[in-house]
Design a protein around this ligand. Structure first.
Ligand code: FES
Ligand code: FES
Length: 172
């Protein structure tokens, strides 16, 4: 008679989960297959492309090479956890405004890495942005628009911090 594995407790996007999964299962598979969170993408599966990026206690982490046990007792944030109700996160808003995508497959990683960058460096230089995104690959070559999106996100977040709201720039 086989015994069920002990439940593993994860906190994802502020919600607590108890899951019967192997402790060495990749976090990405647990997020996508057990929790239905498909924001993080499977790209290389080798920790090289950044498509699977999530935040662990606010720091970017590649979920494809991280065993789920490494996330126990820590705050996991996925793309789905960024918006507040109907209000997109300013980084998401900025990527839309600047149309910083072609196929969009890299965007999860680009956005999650940008959220982490702007949390520690609200007005990054271009060199800092390039450094923060250097482990996120975009096979479509949307890099210039992505750099613009990060700077637009910094503007939106500064406006929000100054009480100016998070207005779209579509009129100007
Ligand atoms: S899928 Fe994780 S780094 Fe490529
Ligand atoms: S927009 Fe296609 S991989 Fe970046």
């Amino acid at each position: 008679m086989s015994t069920a594995p002990p439940l593993l407790h994860l906190t994802v996007n502020g919600l607590a989960h108890a899951l019967a999964v192997a402790t060495d299962a990749p976090l990405l598979g647990v997020l996508r297959n057990d929790l239905g969170l498909n924001g993080p993408k499977y790209g290389c599966g080798l920790g090289e492309c950044g498509a699977c990026m999530v935040l662990i206690d606010g720091m970017p982490a590649r979920a494809c090479v991280l065993p789920v046990s490494a996330a126990v007792g820590r705050e996991v944030t996925t793309l789905e956890g960024l918006a507040e109700g109907d209000a997109l996160h300013p980084v998401q808003q900025a990527f839309i405004e600047t149309q910083a995508a072609q196929c969009g497959y890299c965007l999860n990683g680009m956005i999650m890495s940008t959220v982490a960058l702007l949390a520690r460096e609200p007005r990054p230089s271009d060199a800092q942005v390039r450094g923060a995104l250097s482990h996120n690959l975009c096979r479509c070559g949307a890099h210039l628009e992505i750099l613009q999106a990060v700077q637009r996100a910094a503007e939106l977040m500064a406006q929000a911090a100054n009480g100016q709201g998070c207005e779209s720039s579509s009129g100007g």
